[in-house]
Design a protein around this ligand. Structure first.
Ligand code: BGC
Length: 910
């Protein structure tokens, strides 16, 4: 196999059309057949549009460096709207030179707003009421000369849009342009339409537009027109000819407009479509548009436009229904077998004019009837009136639904039985690459892992949302913050969160406060809502710091850290300026330990004092800003934030720890935060850890934590000598626990520990999502602490891996995880058979690892019967306090050692 450089990416993607980075960064992976392989140097080449490397545009030359991720382009200035090609080769620590990697390409988009010549257009208000619900089309016919070399469309919309050329839908992205803080930032998309145009003849181009996030219904208070009251299109088509000339077709007043078959399409409410109103061929050159109205231009800016920043939303998977149910109430219901997010596609054979109504629900009630109470006012309904064409198919275009069950009405009775074949579910989400796998010997825990992944898929639809079904679906900062590290295990979310953080920064108040949701849909007004009216909550606003830091840890993204640094510091300053005491945050509104089970009756907020939570997060964010200053080399800030951190920590103890070393708040969450954020030390820490353990044991190994405490609970236990208790919490099947919902048949993570109560009744309709990823944050602990796939945080992006499996007192007999990290695939797993434990793991080339195993002596650890410390690839071995630490290089390893008899659980000091 030798030594190879492969999987070259540009800004986390491959072959990307439309990037506006002037110094895009490359990353590649190395593959080696020898253990202990490191990169010693690399050479990058970038070629221009012709892909000719014999005279490359940029040749880095051989650079002595082990950098194989986040390597920025440093050649001559790039031109806009140009295709570039890149390839890389590397040399390794054995003196081997790889071949050139496969060549990849990227294409630049516009670099400056003045490249936009097109006008924002919308149908003339005199012809189509801007507030009318139907989707409308805007189209134009034009001539193309012979000999096209390439053709690109750059387009975006106020609203959501789909592009058509000569009757064909262009591209496979859905719900473009995606959701950003539109008044400040809006993405445009780039499409290659070279093969769709007819050279030397007439052509047609058009777009269909619906309300989407821009002007559709958003928020539970039913707000329309959040960002503007007219949908509009901005489109610019560039056609390059063989003779070197170029022609540009722009959206302008020469376009025509009309309504079509989609009579209503709203994100929350679904879609109403009357196929009889279809205008076949509306984007083709032959279409007669004489009945269409004119378009008018409207004043919207282009200065805030940015090329698509992350992977688009697509149909990722299709699912067939599992079962046809007739409910006690007589409804015909399809069970998709999975709580999914997306849409259905149906094929019908019905007379023209037949109206079929589909409703979408996450659960059936305890009697087995269709239940939509928890959707609140969101209708999630599809109303389709058929054209009567045999085999006609329909899928809604500008909406998505969160559902497992589908009620179908309006079909002739004899067709109900055929529904299983007539309908498929199309799962949609941001097309992020799957990167993580976890499985173990417990089927229920494996189902939990699937539920976490499905929760992520359903809620990573362009922005990280709280839930995908009710009249909410907003980018709640707290939810994103607690889940971000788990998210980065399951999928590659680097570009996804880069985009979202830019919105966070754009929507952050001048005083540093961070709105509850990003984009800030709850306070979006023109002129802007005064900052003093936009509240910020601890543990929610801390997303401003925790999310960029996590992106840095997981992907080594220093550029993102420096882009966000000001925003991170502003958040900490905001807190510092709140109230009288600059080291304690005891003022303002906070969500607290949201949905904690120790809440008073009729309250959503757990018993942990809100000022304790606020101060703990203040300390944590300050610490992370300090770490960031270290990474960015800002010495003065390192001192400033170190001092601030020390003061907050002291203040935390003064306020919340009794003189004898007890935490003043007797809740699990309070103990968890004090431990996780290192707010206590020495004997006090030991005592607080012991008391946390007691709180869990006394509660018969059940948690009481809400959004704030839950993500850290098992970490706080495992890190402080109570790993066995943490494992018992994971394995707990009775309410409240992670596996309780699994025992109730959940296929996603619920918002409430008791979304469905043991007697089958529901939590109140008011707030009861069955697809809320927050509690799925346990996934991070499963990867890192159960399977042992972890990193040494002093070297980001898994450059230095830590393999540290912790065993589970026999309740699990094996566990394994894999992560497609920036350096390549990491694996970590263990199995326990009879008297022997086997630990298997893989370290990608150009990374190193430290293996940490407890309860073993170095002499017992063997690979193929030989002493492990002598194994190829092992560079150092150390033994201390019953633990073994091996330092090793890349490669796949399998070590074995005798299992110890189960020891009494005793706290060990970290
Ligand atoms: C959302 C949460 C969010 C919360 C704020 C809810 O309506 O669904 O997930 O974090 O409000 O506490």
């Amino acid at each position: 196999m030798g030594f190879h450089a492969e999987s070259l990416t540009c800004e986390y993607r491959t072959d990307v059309l439309g990037l506006d980075f002037k110094a895009p960064r490359f990353g590649w992976k190395l593959r080696s057949d020898r253990r202990g392989t490191l990169q010693t140097s690399y050479r990058l080449q970038v070629a221009g549009a012709d892909g000719d490397y014999s005279a490359p545009l940029w040749d880095s030359g051989r650079v002595a460096s082990d950098a194989s991720i986040q390597v920025a382009y440093a050649g001559p200035e790039l031109r806009s709207r140009t295709r570039y090609h890149a390839r890389v080769k590397a040399w390794d620590s054995f003196g081997r030179e790889s071949a050139w990697s496969e060549s990849v390409w990227w294409e630049t988009a516009f670099f400056t707003p003045d490249e936009w010549r097109a006008k924002w257009i919308t149908p003339a208000a005199s012809a189509i009421d801007p507030q009318a619900t139907p989707a409308f089309m805007l189209a134009k016919r034009f001539e193309v000369k012979p000999d096209i070399v390439s053709a690109r469309v750059y387009a975006t919309a106020a609203g959501v849009y789909e592009l058509y050329v000569n009757g064909e839908k262009v591209g496979d992205e859905l719900l473009a342009p995606g959701w950003t803080s539109y008044r400040k930032r809006q993405q445009y998309q780039t499409y290659d339409v070279t093969n769709l145009l007819t050279a030397g003849g007439p052509n047609g181009i058009g777009a269909m537009l619906a309300n989407g996030w821009f002007k559709g219904r958003l928020g539970w208070e039913t707000t329309f027109n959040l960002y503007g009251d007219r949908r509009a299109l901005l489109l610019q088509l560039h056609i390059a000819y063989a003779d070197g000339t170029e022609e540009i077709v722009c959206s302008d007043e020469s376009w025509k407009a009309a309504e079509g078959a989609i009579r209503l399409s709203e994100l929350y409410d679904g879609e109403t479509c009357d196929a009889n109103l279809e205008q076949p061929g509306w984007s083709t050159p032959a279409f007669d548009d004489s009945a269409w109205s004119t378009a008018e231009s409207i004043a919207l800016p282009v200065t805030h436009l940015t090329a698509q920043e992350h992977h688009p939303i697509r149909v990722i998977e299709t699912i067939k229904p599992r079962e046809l149910i007739r409910t006690p109430n007589g409804e015909v219901v399809l069970d998709m077998g999975q709580n999914m997010v997306g849409r259905i596609r149906m094929t019908l054979d019905v007379p023209a004019g037949t109206t079929v109504t589909l409703k979408h629900a996450e659960v059936l009630d305890k009697d087995g009837n269709f239940y939509v109470g928890n959707l609140r006012s969101a209708k999630q309904a599809i109303v389709y009136t058929a054209a009567g064409v045999p085999g006609e198919t329909y899928a809604p275009t500008f909406t998505f639904m969160g559902f497992r069950y589908l009620s179908v009405a309006g079909l002739p009775e004899e067709q109900a039985e055929g529904l299983m074949d007539a309908i498929v579910g199309e799962v949609i989400h941001t097309d992020m690459a799957p990167t993580g796998e976890f499985d173990c010997s417990s089927d229920m825990v494996n189902q939990l892992q699937r539920n976490i992944q499905w929760g992520q898929r359903g809620n990573f639809v362009d922005v990280p949302t709280d839930c995908p079904q009710r009249d909410e679906r907003l980018g709640w900062t707290g939810d994103a913050q607690v889940f971000v590290r788990t998210a980065a295990f399951n999928y590659d979310v680097a570009a996804f969160f880069t985009k979202w953080l830019r919105d966070l920064k754009a929507d952050q108040n001048p005083n540093g406060g961070v709105p509850f949701v990003i984009p800030n849909a709850l306070f979006e007004t023109d002129p802007p809502t005064p900052q003093e009216k936009i509240p910020s909550s601890s543990a929610w606003g801390d997303a401003a710091v925790i999310v960029p830091w996590t992106m840095y840890l997981c992907y080594g993204d220093v550029r993102l850290l420096s882009e966000q640094y000001e925003s991170m510091c502003a958040w900490v300053s905001f807190i510092r300026n709140e109230g009288e005491n600059e080291y304690l945050w005891n003022t303002g509104f906070h969500f607290g330990d949201w949905l904690g089970l120790d809440a008073k009756e009729n309250s959503y907020v757990g018993a942990t004092p809100r000022d304790l939570i606020a101060t703990a997060f203040f300390a944590y964010s300050t610490r992370l800003v300090r770490e960031t200053a270290v990474v960015l080399g800002k010495a003065a800030d390192v001192r400033k934030y170190s001092e601030l951190h020390d003061r907050i920590k002291a203040e935390f103890s003064r306020e919340f720890v009794t003189p004898s070393g007890r935490l003043a708040a007797p809740t699990q969450t309070a103990h968890v935060l004090a431990l996780m954020f290192d707010l206590v030390e020495g004997d006090v820490k030991k005592r607080i850890a012991r008391e946390l353990n007691e709180l869990v044991v006394q509660n018969d190994y059940h948690l009481t934590t809400g959004f704030v405490g839950t993500p850290y609970l098992c970490f706080a236990l495992s890190d402080n000598g109570y790993h066995a208790t943490a494992v018992k919490l994971l394995m707990q099947e009775t309410y409240p626990s992670w596996l309780y919902s699994v025992s109730k048949g959940a296929t996603t993570i619920w918002e409430h520990w008791d979304g469905i109560k043991p007697d089958g009744s529901f939590w109140s309709d008011a707030m009861n999502s069955y697809n809320h990823y927050a509690y799925g944050a346990i996934g991070e602990w499963m990867y890192r602490y159960v399977a042992g796939l972890d990193m040494d945080e002093t070297e980001a992006a898994y450059k230095k891996i830590r393999i540290r499996p912790r065993f589970a007192d026999g309740s699990l007999t094996h566990a394994r995880a894999a992560l497609e990290s920036p350096y390549g695939r990491i694996e970590s797993g263990w199995s326990q058979e009879a008297d022997e434990i086997t630990v298997r793991f893989t370290v990608p080339a150009n990374a190193t690892a430290e293996l940490v195993l407890d309860d073993v002596a170095l002499a017992e650890l063997k690979e193929d019967g030989l002493a492990a410390d002598l194994a190829d690839g092992v560079t150092a071995a150390e033994e201390a306090d019953g633990s073994v630490r091996l330092t090793l290089g890349s490669g796949s390893y399998a070590f074995r050692y005798p299992a110890k008899q189960e020891a009494e659980q005793e706290p060990v000091t970290a």
